[in-house]
Structures are given as structure tokens and as C-alpha cells.
Write a protein that binds this ligand. Sequence first.
Ligand code: MSP
Length: 647
Amino acid sequence: MAKKYYITTPIYYPSGNWHIGHCYTTVICDALARFHKLLGEDVFFLTGTDEHGQKVEKEAAKRGITPREFIDPLVAELKDMWRLLDVEYNRFIRTTDDDHVRAVQHIYQKLYESGDIYKAEYEGYYCTPCESFWTEAQLVGGKCPDCGREVTLQKEESYFFRLSKYAPALLKHYEEHPEFLQPKSRVNEMVNNFLKAGLTDLSVSRTTVKWGVPLPFDKKHTAYVWIDALSNYVTALGYGAEDNLYKTYWPADLHMVGKEIVRFHAIIWPAILMALGEPLPRQIYGHGWLLIGGEKLSKSKENARPELTDPYELVKRYGADAVRYYLLREIPFGSDGEYTTERFLLRVNADLANDLGNLVSRTAAMIVQNFGGKLPARGKVEGTDKELVALADGAFEKVKDAMARLNAPDALEAVFEVVARANKYIDETTPWILAKDPEKRERLGAVLYNLAEVCRICAILLKPFLTKAPALILKSFSCDENAGFETLKFGALKEGAEVVKLPPIFPRIDIKRELAEVEKAVKEQKKPQDADKKAEAKKPEISIDEFGKVELKVGEVIACEKVAKSEKLLHETVKIGGEVRSVVSGIAKFYTPEEMVGKRVVVVTNLKPVKLCGVLSEGMILCADDGKGGLALVSPEKAVESGAEVR
Ligand code: MSP
């Protein structure tokens, strides 16, 4: 039976500011999951969202909507982000999922019955953004010691978890399992700052927060959001109900988290598991942060500098592979790393466009040019070949070793060492000179064969990290796109295999021009609306009730064609929630039917149906008209499900 590998990311707060910091953890986990799959292991990769708690409750109330209405579009957006970045998770858990809620109740019930949860009164300082309690002594200058923000004094009846009881067992576990918490520096932090100082029991319920899991034994209380959240690692496997996945995959092999939440994972979570009598995860890794201007990247900090931190924009401009590569390669693993758009572009240009892209395109081009696109024979091995072959053959061990340490930057360095050696090999063997001498044809063939093999091997080694380029490289040398690590040995390519030239996999970026464009785009995004801009033609004032008569919904264009006999009209088929409608709009001069398909639009859905040029129109698609001949569709600025109401 295949060895199992269970890996998790933190579950993210749906806060509407997804940035590449969030992508960092998830992409590392995805690379690890893919790597273990390629090793033939039975992998379960979990990610998701942490949706309960005071923060969400407050944000929703501020907007006058329900928590669900607030979080659903943000969750859809996050899933979109993972799709764009080719993140292949097995389950996306939401703490609002029914099975999770039931399992959290089961956990509380069990701990209550065993006496590890008891009722008392709580008085302490609460930091809402961190969803954390602090004692007065722990505050720094009266503020939250983690984030420096205001805290509020809260006093209420609460259930407590006997955390204090588990301090000795936790210390023992750290000692006996040095691999449990990594990197080492985090162990010292936990031991010195928390465990040695003695743990206090933890308040694990609230009566003032309604948006949470009700406790089964006292419905006035909801579960403390961190216990709710941490439980996801077992509830996602059916803990307490359908135990099949749980039996197969628990304990987790790795909880990958940012260093600021190590405390929850390395103290509270194992104590809860001990209280439940369940085994502890094999490892918790607290990685460093992506910084901007020396501070943890967050949307608000971005304002200070024109850095492009929006993953959607980055993927759209440079592709998923570029973003994944940067995240996996640039930041020394375990440490913090400063993010700048320039460094991102330099890294992508140097490694992907220059080193890897050039190697592949030059190799394929020379085979096409000199051998009519048929791979030449391997030929005799000469001195310089041996070094290249040895390096290519040895790379897998280095990648394996680095990945055992979870160190993607080291793994990628090992692959790019081979790439760099191959480029040097081209300079040493000068195939363009060999090509001029008919007597050197066999040697030319051997050199090109070796280069093709290196391209193939590197493509396979890159599979956990990049999701587009490896398949393209393999295709260029007629290799099976699904080839795995078992095919790595040098010499697998067959003489006569077809080789084709592909367009550049990573086009070179003109960094200066790109930086200027990015700066402009980022600034424009932030430019406040011009308040003085007068509406061209003012319409009479209407009441909210009058406005309320218009029904507006988000729709998705699923098909579109030109209306015959009309230059202006397009006929769209629009999916609005569970309903499909026929809509005619005068936008043919601005959009082609192909461009329209897949677009999310805002539709007036309670207009009286009409026929335009003989075609039924059951609604109107909204557009912005600049009055100067420019027209743009109105679309929700974030991903929302079709059928969502616009108000
Ligand atoms: N919901 C909790 C986690 C519960 S896990 C049981 C939470 N959510 S969060 O949305 O704030 O996400 C935190 C995680 O996002 C960090 O631990 C880290 O993995 C990732 N990152 C967020 N910003 C980051 C950087 N600037 N740099 C690196 N990782 C970052 O905490």
C-alpha cells in the first residue's frame, strides 16, 4: 500500500484582501503535495477558510448584510485564486460546512464530558483582528502584543479548556520529537515565552459572539474561533463521524503555517489532541513572511510603495508558473523575505526566460535545423558530457533531500544548477561550429541529444513547482506529459523522436518598461474617484422605493452570437442563478461574441420582455457609456456567483 502524506495550509480568514502572502503558504504546500504524489504516495492536501468569529460578524454588520453574504464572494474569490495558481487540493474546507460544525460540537462534547472543559468567568483583553485573548501582563503598551492594535476588556461567563494541565506533556513531546516543531528557533520561542512561563487555562467559548458553532451542551455559547478553526485538520477527514479518511490520513504529516500562528498550532492544538486521546501531527513548520518595506505584507501596507501584490494581476501579466516560481525560489525558507516587483521580475527573467527558456528553445531549434526535427543518436560520451550527465542524474537526490527539509528554494537551486551547466555546455561544445563541419555531424548529434535529455529531466524535476512549462517542454521532445520520477534516468529519450520548436515558454520581460507600467497601474488603482466630476445629464431625483423596483442580478454569459441583419446587436444567452435567459444588447461594435462568453454581467431582470430584430430579449445588460464612443460592461469587481442580487 502506498505511503500516505497528509499536508495542510492554515485556513484563511475571508477578509477580502487576498495577496501573494496568502499564496506563499498554499503554493509551498501544493509543491510538496505534488512532489509526494510524484513519489507515488497517497496524498491528501487540505486548505480552506476560517469563517466564524467576531471579525466577520462585525464586518458583515458594518455593511448591513449577513455574515454569509459577506463571506461567500470572498471564498469564491479565494477558490478562483487557487484555480489560477493551479493549486490541486483534495478538500477546501469551510468552517461553515455542516460536517465541520457537527464535528466541532462532537469535540466540545467529548472534552466537556471528560472534564477538560469547565465553566467559569472570563475577564481579559481581546484583540479582534487576531481573535486572541491576552492578560494585562501580556499587553505591550496596553496594545495587542502580536499586532500592536487596540484591545478591549471583556468579561463574561465562559467555558475553559484545561490547557495548563498539558504543559509538562507538551514540553516532553518537544524533547522527544525534535522534528515536531520546525525551524528550531520556533521551539525556543514556544518553550521560553509560553511553556516555561506556565500555561493558563484557555477561554474557549463566547456568549457575545453569535456567528459561530453553538456548544452542544450550552447553546448560549459559541465555540472560540481558534478551536473551531484548528479542528478543521481532523474534521475535514470525518473525525467523529465518517472515520474512513481519518483512519487513513491522520496524524497529519505537516501543518504548514506562518510564524505568527505557531503558538496556536504548537501549543493549543496538540493539547486539544492530547485531551481527545488522538495522536499529534508529525510536524508543524512555521515559515517566515513576505515583507514590504520591512513589514509583513498586507493590503494596507501596499499603499506605501507601488508593489504589485495582487495575485490575480500577477498571474494575468506573467502566468502562474512565474508567480509560483518566484514564491518557491526567492525567499530563503524559514526566514522573512522582502518583496518587490522588481525582484520578482528579475528572478523570472533570469531563471525562467534566460536560463530555462533559452536552453529549451535553443536545443529544440538546433535539432529542427540540423536534424529535420528528429532526435539524433546519443553517440559517444566525451569528457565534458560526463559531468553534465552526472549532474543531471544526481539532481533528483538533491531535490529529494531538499524537499525532505521542505526547502523548495534548495530543490529549485539543484534543478537550475543543471540548467546552468547545460547552458555552459553549449558554450563549451559550440554546436553552431560543429554544424559547419560534416565530419563532426555525429558529435553534433551527441551534443544535441545530451541537451535534449537535460531538458527532459529538468522538466520532470520541475513538475512539483511549475504547472505549465514542464508539459510544454516534454511535448517539445515528444515525451509523455505524465512521465514521473521513475523515468528520470539519463538516456531514456529515443533516437528519431520528433522534436518541435515551440513559441518561447517564458517571454523576456523588459523590466524597466514593465516597472513603469506597473507603477502607473498600481497608482491608478488607488486614485480616488474624481468627486467633482459632474454627471453629464442629470435625471430627476427618485426615492429609494422607486429605485427598489428595479431588479438587478449578476449573470454569466454562456453563449453569444450576432443578431442577423443588425450591425449593433448581439444575442446573449445569460445564466442567472438557476435560470437561463435570452438577452439582446446593442454592443456589437464594442464586443465580439467570443469575447462575451464567460463574462459576468449585471442584468436588469424585471424589464418587460421585448423582441428586437425578431429576437426575444428578457432583460438588459448594464454598460458604462463615456459619451465619447467608449462603452464598457459593468461587472462585479470580485468573483460572485451568478444569480447574486445587485443592490
Ligand atoms: N484563520 C487563521 C488561521 C487558522 S488555521 C487553523 C489565520 N488566517 S489568515 O488569513 O490571517 O492567514 C494567515 C496565514 O496566511 C499565515 O499564517 C501565512 O500562512 C499566510 N500569510 C499571510 N500573510 C503572509 C505574508 N505576508 N507572508 C507569508 N505568509 C503570509 O491566521
